[in-house]
Design a protein around this ligand. Structure first.
Ligand code: C2E
Ligand code: CA
Ligand code: CA
Ligand code: CA
Length: 276
């Protein structure tokens, strides 16, 4: 057993060395990427399940590297968080999204644009000022901006989190809890946070149909309803998953079943097709 334990450790430490090198080169590349403007935003529609209307879009970051190809945000966002680049990247995607959403709200009746917020951004003392000045500068109605934060982000520094979210909420900005069900939110906190939406993590949707996943999805929808929160499911890929969500009266749905994340011009064409 000891032998096996040692081997495991050696394997693990080799693993860490190579990933540390990867991270270093990724960090160097990332700084260049921002200068070369290789980072851009894609948008994925969010559908109201009873009407089929597009009630919003989620903004997601993409990095098109000339040699590496499309680098996943799951790989480069942790690097950008470590070196602080996420602050300027995060502000930029928020500004782009607000500018685009102004047109979509007017021309296509899209209700809101949802922007992911990293823990590093949220922890900044001036986070609310940054958000409010982006909204003011872009002229988007604050009700049309939704911030997606994860449970762990808000639960970590509960007092200042409550304060920040309340300040933003008081200005009309919407808050969604992302990856809901994977963290440890307490119900009483959810009420204090002035949260508007729960986003059921896609791992539960992926597992449908399955007894446990069904029970969890159902419990989240019921809880959301009793707290007057809207509930959206992410990662919806099949008609069977959609049907289940409709049956339990989940409000909204997002996933490849409707559309992949698209650049702004593609989204506009998609919106026109969807509503005709
Ligand atoms: P997330 O916020 O939970 O985003 C959902 C992910 O699911 C996205 O991956 C999206 O493209 C993908 N997705 C959408 N529909 C489906 C589907 O039907 N099936 C499956 N299997 N996946 C689907 P993506 O774009 O690769 O982003 C991964 C994560 O990177 C995001 O997870 C988020 O945590 C982070 N991220 C992306 N953009 C940003 C950003 O601008 N700021 C921050 N802070 N994080 C971001
Ligand atoms: Ca998200
Ligand atoms: Ca999510
Ligand atoms: Ca996630």
């Amino acid at each position: 057993a000891k032998e096996a334990g040692r081997n495991r450790y050696q394997f693990h430490s080799e693993d860490m060395t190579s990933s540390a090198t990867d991270r270093l080169s990724l960090e160097r590349e990332l700084r260049g990427a921002i200068e070369r403007e290789e980072i851009f935003t894609v948008y994925q529609p969010q559908i109201e399940l009873t009407t089929g209307q597009v009630i919003g879009v989620e903004a997601l970051m993409r990095w098109q590297h000339p040699r590496l190809g499309l680098v996943s945000p799951a790989d480069f966002i942790p690097v950008a968080e470590d070196n602080g680049l996420i602050l300027s990247l995060g502000e930029r995607i928020m500004r782009d999204s607000c500018l685009q959403a102004r047109r979509w709200c007017d021309d296509h009746g899209v209700g809101s644009v949802a922007v992911n917020v990293s823990a590093v951004q949220f922890r900044q003392k001036n986070f609310t000022d940054v958000v409010l000045s982006v909204v003011a500068e872009t002229g988007l109605r604050p009700e049309c901006l939704e911030l997606e934060v994860t449970e762990s982000v808000v639960m970590r520094g509960v007092e200042s989190a409550v304060h920040k979210l309340r300040t933003l909420g008081a200005q009309g900005i919407k808050i969604a809890i992302d990856d809901f069900g994977t963290g440890y939110s307490s119900l009483s906190y959810l009420r204090q946070f002035s949260v508007n939406r729960l986003k059921i993590d896609k791992s539960f949707i992926h597992d449908l149909p399955d007894k446990d996943a069904e029970a969890i999805v159902c419990a989240i929808v019921t809880m959301g309803r009793s707290l007057s929160l809207r509930v959206i499911a992410e990662g919806v890929e099949t008609e069977a998953q959609e049907k289940f969500l409709q049956n339990v009266e989940c409000n909204e749905s997002q996933g490849y079943l409707y559309a992949k994340p698209m650049v702004a011009s593609e989204l506009e064409a998609w919106l026109t097709r969807w509503s005709s």
